[in-house]
Write a protein that binds this ligand. Structure first.
Ligand code: SAM
Length: 238
């Protein structure tokens, strides 16, 4: 088991703005009324997860999945609909995206989603060891300029933090449309003791996983000539 990386320096912000245009009245109502019911305070989330783990395997929501940077929540919502017995925790600081995700939760009456609207790493650090089954980091901000690359979310620090809360053998899916970030991800996966890329050839990173849901962001970048790269990985046993 990876030890909690307490001695690492504070991380740099990996996201840009956390607010766009004003929310419409319905979206604001969801943020005011629905979000507090789904929002996980790190401590409360930790308690809920510990409770679920104690009850497992009888607990109805024993598998736990984490999506970091869910944008407007298209992938998160689709997964929560298809896997109603999994507890889906989504992290996203951009409130306009959170509001869109809340609209989906409201429309579909989903009860297996929890949201965290700040930096995912705060929540990760509060969760117990080896508690999540799968994690998704899909199209993280590419920070293309050399001087900004230190802001990239996928780095050795994030992988170590995530590894601590990931069950051995658990799934990690990384995706990006940015060629340089894809190489960066490959290099970090090659160097990390915590995760193993499960692919073997070009087709493996070109082909979306069977449970894949295309997001608006992906449609836009594919139309602009930047096809996605999918890196299916597994948490190595300790
Ligand atoms: C380029 S967008 C992609 C959104 C979504 N995954 C999609 O495919 O449509 C990247 C998202 O990651 C979020 N993000 C970046 N760093 C984050 C962090 N540390 N914790 C949570 N979310 C983060 C950003 O706010 C942004 O919405």
């Amino acid at each position: 088991m990876a030890s909690k990386p307490a001695s690492l320096p504070e991380y740099l912000s990996s996201f840009g703005r956390n607010r766009g245009r004003s929310l419409r009245p319905y979206q604001q109502k969801l943020v005011d009324e629905l979000l507090p019911k789904l929002h996980c305070h790190p401590e409360a989330a930790s308690k809920e997860i510990v409770k679920i783990l104690r009850l497992a395997p009888q607990a109805p929501l024993s598998p736990i999945a984490l999506e970091i940077g869910f944008g407007a929540g298209e992938h998160l919502l689709a997964q929560a609909r298809h896997q109603p017995d999994t507890l889906w925790i989504g992290c996203e600081p951009f409130i306009n995206g959170v509001a869109k995700c809340l609209a989906g939760v409201d429309r579909d009456g989903l009860s297996n989603i929890r949201l965290y609207t700040r930096d995912a790493r705060e929540l990760i650090d509060a969760l117990p060891d080896a508690c999540i089954d799968s994690a998704f980091i899909l199209f993280p901000d590419p920070w293309p300029k050399l001087r900004h690359q230190k802001r990239r979310l996928v780095n050795h620090d994030t992988l170590a933090r995530l590894a601590r809360i990931h069950k051995p053998g658990g799934r990690l899916l990384l995706a990006t449309d940015h060629e340089d970030y894809a190489l960066w991800m490959f290099e970090h996966l090659r160097a990390t003791p915590h995760y193993q890329w499960l692919g073997e050839c070009r087709a493996d990173w070109q082909t979306p996983p069977a449970d894949w849901t295309e997001t608006k962001y992906q449609r836009k970048t594919s139309a602009e000539g930047r096809p996605p790269v999918f890196l299916e990985c597994s948490r190595r046993p300790a």
